[in-house]
Structure formats: structure tokens, C-alpha cells
Design a protein around this ligand. Structure first.
Ligand SMILES: [Zn+2]
Length: 226
């Protein structure tokens, strides 16, 4: 498949804050709508239906290369770089994304506490597990897993929130939000119980695929549903 980014295909409306809203075709990312893969505000692009990103920086995990040399990502799989859609009325004001040091530490701790290896028969050895996709056994330890039920994920989120308050005490005190809020994937409804990913239960654990920057730090994770 070949995807071509052309800025003239991207019709835009200018709003007061020069926020660009696309109507058709492909658009370039902006600081208001950064790249969903690398989070940067320039160079990359996306389709206006939000189903496909063309990232110019990260190739790991892409499904192909576009005509302009970008890496194609289809978002039919879930992405931890954004929080799941919740009821708009209940959605709190936007929260600033946690710095890379915090994100990296939280995602590393998540993978350490909840490795894909914990669900060996489902995520590693299963019909569409990591081994069936050609990964070596030794590589599988780099992947994490989100438990199947929202209760188990909330428990993991609680543990990781405590981790942030201990590891980054100053950062944790920055606002009234729970410490881990700001790391994509974590959110806090009015009940106050921190949630990790969606409020629903799945049939199987979710595979967590880390995306690292050029210094090896985990900047985001992709979730894969089986
Ligand atoms: Zn990008």
C-alpha cells in the first residue's frame, strides 16, 4: 500500500488559535495535533479519518513505507499514546503529557511487573503469539501485558501510581491529579480509582509493545488485542 502526503489535499479552516482542522485527505501534524507515533509537532502526517499515521521518525512497528519515505501506521490497533475515549461530558480538561523520563520509568515498571511472559500460553506461545510472528524466545521479555479485566488493570495502575510518587516525588506533587496521570493510558474518573486503559473487560490479556526513542527510552506503547 502506498500513501502519499500532500499538504494541498489537506483543506484547513483557520481558527483563532490557528488550530488546523482537516476536512479531507491527509494532513501534516501540528503542535495541537502532534504525531500519534512520535508525539512530535512537525514533519509527520495522518489521514483525516485518524485511521493512519505517517511517521517520519519511527519505523519500528510500521506496516510499510509511504512514497515520501514515511512509516505507515494503521490505528486499527489501540495506541497507548492516547487515552481511550470516555464520555465527553465527564472528560476532565486536558492534562499535560508526562515527561519522557517519567513515561519511560512507568512503562518499564509496567513491563517488569506485568510481562507478556506471565501469559505465556496466550501471548507468547498461542496461535497469534509472539513466537508465531517470528520473535526469538529471548526477545519476548521486552514486551508487557495488560490484564484482561479492568479491575486487575486498576490494581496495576494503583501500584504504578505509588511507583511514581516514590520515584518522582517532586513531579508527583505538581498537581492535584494522581501522580501517574499524564502518562498516556492512565486516567482517573470521578470515583478516584485510577484506571489503566479502558473500563471494560477483554477476553484475553492485551499485548504491550514498547516504542523507544533513539536513546532507548520507552516513549509510548502500542496495545495489541488478540
Ligand atoms: Zn511521527
Amino acid at each position: 500500500m502506498s500513501v502519499h502526503i500532500s499538504t494541498n489535499q489537506c483543506r484547513t479552516i483557520n481558527f483563532q488559535r490557528r488550530q488546523r482542522i482537516a476536512i479531507t485527505g491527509f494532513c501534516r501534524v501540528t503542535k495541537y495535533r502532534p504525531c500519534r507515533v512520535c508525539r512530535k509537532p512537525d514533519w509527520c502526517g495522518y489521514t483525516t479519518d485518524e485511521q493512519t499515521s505517517i511517521c517520519m521518525r519511527i519505523s519500528n512497528g510500521s506496516t510499510g513505507t509511504s512514497r515520501n519515505g514515511g512509516n505507515i501506521f494503521h490505528h486499527n490497533r489501540l495506541f497507548l499514546v492516547a487515552n481511550p475515549r470516555t464520555n465527553r461530558k465527564q472528560a476532565p480538561p486536558p492534562i499535560e503529557i508526562a515527561p519522557i523520563e517519567v513515561r519511560n520509568a512507568v512503562y518499564q515498571e509496567l513491563i517488569r511487573r506485568s510481562p507478556a511472559l506471565k501469559y505465556y500460553s496466550q501471548l507468547i506461545d498461542g496461535p497469534s503469539g509472539l513466537l508465531s510472528r517470528g520473535l526469538r524466545e529471548s526477545d519476548t521479555q521486552n514486551y508487557g501485558a495488560l490484564p484482561r479485566t479492568h479491575k486487575e488493570r486498576a490494581s496495576l495502575a494503583h501500584t504504578l501510581n505509588t511507583f511514581v510518587t516514590v520515584r518522582f516525588p517532586e513531579y508527583a506533587r505538581r498537581s492535584t491529579h494522581a501522580a501517574v496521570i499524564g502518562v498516556p493510558g492512565f486516567w482517573q474518573p470521578e470515583t478516584g480509582i485510577i484506571q489503566l486503559w479502558s473500563p471494560r473487560d477483554y477476553n484475553m490479556p492485551l499485548l504491550v509493545i514498547p516504542y523507544r526513542d533513539d536513546q532507548g527510552r520507552i516513549q509510548a506503547c502500542q496495545l495489541r488485542l488478540h
